[in-house]
Design a protein around this ligand. Structure first.
Ligand SMILES: *Cc1c(COP(=O)(O)O)cnc(C)c1O
Length: 355
């Protein structure tokens, strides 16, 4: 029986995508070859990359002034590639520090230039999204992490940036309708909302490529990926293929519909937290993430028992990250609403017994 998969990443994928992908592992569309055996050079895979690119642009509402690249190395590689390509030693990049992933991005940027941390919620264990700072017009770029996977906070509106705007959208990519044109550069590891581990998506304004003014190692140079349609070397063929299937699923379902279901899932769990004093939400209410719901127990000694209650209900992946403790329910696109109902029933039931 399939479990209720609340894993933070790699994470739940649509069952129909898993079925199609597993059939393609045996044989891709009557081609006599597995998806694992085809060349990355040739019409079949080039067609897949082209379709995946155009779906990403369509779903984000972006036109031909943007390019979509597929890279490896995870979102973490982007922490260094962004400053490596766009920041020089004597220049300053502006970051908002909203958690572990932002902090790691800041650390890497410092290797290449100066970093101005405009705001941080670190002193409050990243339980909110800082507001009310000014973005200096002299900054080379401005960087945010739109959803903080570990702490369970999310930007529900994006500050306006007067400078090149960079966003790590790894954990809320294509989970809702956004005005993507606001951003010049978006990156996301696939393994949260759009596919398996192994592929990283970069969406950037093409004109940015002209602003890169240094010699870089080929594999760390966005221009090389763009000029070669992400086929400079062997890309993560299977991972990109599963991303394509997931993107088709998102389009077929409709981003608006997915957003509505995601809203319903998040509201249901937050309501369970709010009606039971046993649970304490980690995030400030106005910044609560609709992708990762974090909470602790007001009786921490019951954590193992709560884990057991979840396991009994076939729920996996709700153990919290060590930096927050407690629990985290990741409720990405492909997680069915029914799974959330199962979790909420366990939460209510457990609170009744132990509250
Ligand atoms: C998971 C995650 C990362 C790191 O992704 P990797 O692909 O493991 O490098 C970075 N940023 C955010 C927001 C994430 O959720």
């Amino acid at each position: 029986m399939r479990k209720h998969i609340f894993n933070a990443g790699p994470s739940v994928l649509p069952v129909e995508v898993l079925k199609e992908a597993s059939a393609a592992v045996v044989e891709l569309n009557n081609s006599g070859q597995s998806i694992l055996e085809i060349s990355h050079r040739g019409q079949t895979f080039e067609g897949m990359i082209a379709e995946a690119k155009s779906l990403v642009k369509e779903l984000l509402g972006l036109g031909d002034d943007y390019d979509v690249l597929f890279l490896q190395g995870g979102a973490s590689m982007q922490f260094c590639m962004v400053p490596m390509n766009f920041l020089n030693q004597n220049e300053t990049a502006a970051y908002v520090d909203t958690g572990t992933w932002s902090s790691k991005a800041i650390k890497e940027a410092k290797l290449f230039g100066k970093v101005d941390v405009l705001a941080s919620s670190k002193a409050e264990n990243f339980n909110h999204i800082p507001k009310g700072y000014e973005i200096p017009k002299t900054a080379k770029y401005f960087h945010i992490t739109t959803n903080n996977t570990i702490y369970g906070t999310q930007f529900h509106s994006y500050p306006e940036s007067p400078v090149l705007y960079v966003a790590d959208m790894s954990s809320d990519f294509l989970s809702r309708e956004i005005n993507a044109q606001q951003f010049d550069f978006i990156y996301a590891g696939a393994q949260k909302n759009v596919g398996p581990a192994g592929a990283t998506l970069v969406i950037l304004k093409k004109e940015l490529l002209k602003k890169i003014d240094k010699t870089l190692p080929s594999m760390l140079d966005y221009r090389v990926y763009a000029e070669n349609d992400s086929l400079y070397n062997t890309p993560a063929v299977f991972s990109i293929y599963v991303c394509l299937l997931t993107l088709r699923w998102i389009k077929k379902t409709g981003l608006k519909t997915i957003e509505k279901i995601n809203d319903a899932k998040a509201s249901a769990i937050y309501a369970a937290i709010d009606r039971n004093p046993l649970y304490n939400g980690h995030s400030a209410k106005e910044d609560r993430s609709k992708m990762n719901v974090t909470f602790t127990l007001s009786k921490p000694e019951l954590e193992d028992a709560f884990d057991e209650a979840c396991a009994k209900a076939d729920i996996v992946g709700v153990k919290g990250h060590r930096s927050v403790g407690g629990f985290r329910a990741s409720i990405y696109n492909a997680l069915p609403l029914e799974s959330v109902h199962v979790l909420c029933a366990v939460m209510d039931d457990f609170a009744k017994k132990h509250g």
